[in-house]
Design a protein around this ligand. Sequence first.
Ligand code: IPE
Ligand code: IPE
Ligand code: MG
Length: 249
Amino acid sequence: MSIKEQLDTNNIPEHVAIIMDGNGRWAKQQGHARLFGHATGVESVRESLKAATEVKVKYLTLYAFSTENWNRPKEEVDGLMDLLVTTIANEIESLNENEVRLNAIGNLDELPEKCRAELKRAIEKTANNKGTCLILALNYSSKHEIKSAIKKIAESYKSGEIELDDISDDLVSSHLYTAGIPDPELMIRTSGEVRISNFLLWQLAYSELHFTPIFWPDFKKEDFYKAIYEYQNRERRFGLVSEQINDTE
Ligand code: IPE
Ligand code: IPE
Ligand code: MG
């Protein structure tokens, strides 16, 4: 039986987030330039999206570019931005065929004009789709996101719009880029690195974390299902003890 067939369809995470890492090392291993790894990584995006759609994951967030990534060599940054533009343009049709709605989080205003325009176009063209929502984290920094939320909340407090006691988890969440989107139940990172790298720090508070040594360009549908399978075999306790979780009375 395939891993997909072994999944409990009643316990599919609503939201899966992925740190797509290892493109550069994968390319180097094959004797290619880093950009070849990024370009090949696009196929893994398709695979994961297909897998997510097939098992009805509602939200798939992919970490595609961090604010720290601007400090990479110019050639790589330019190549990544070009890849983003061409990929989004090429995929719109397929997103629509598969009822995928595109969304993006991050400081999008600072992306190159061409990227912003293409992203906006794709988001608009897929806005009415009812299937999986694909969220690209672009020019994303979780610390920046949290700082912006703090500033907005501080302004509301200063203007008397809210009181100190109004500052709840929900209020903070509603000021993040991910407002209205449930926190990921599962976060996957490829490439063997075991860190969060400024990704969804607030939203991952109680996520199950899945780290795999596979480099992103080698990550396939089966690997996505495997991560969900492992997720389904974990006990999420949220601070309780096991007996409380299993007590169905
Ligand atoms: C992830 O792969 C893609 C981006 C960060 C844009 P990397 O480019 O970080 O690949 P490694 O980690 O250097 O192998
Ligand atoms: C995280 O990967 C960012 C993305 C996948 C877009 P990095 O490769 O930039 O992270 P570090 O530098 O290894 O922490
Ligand atoms: Mg990396």
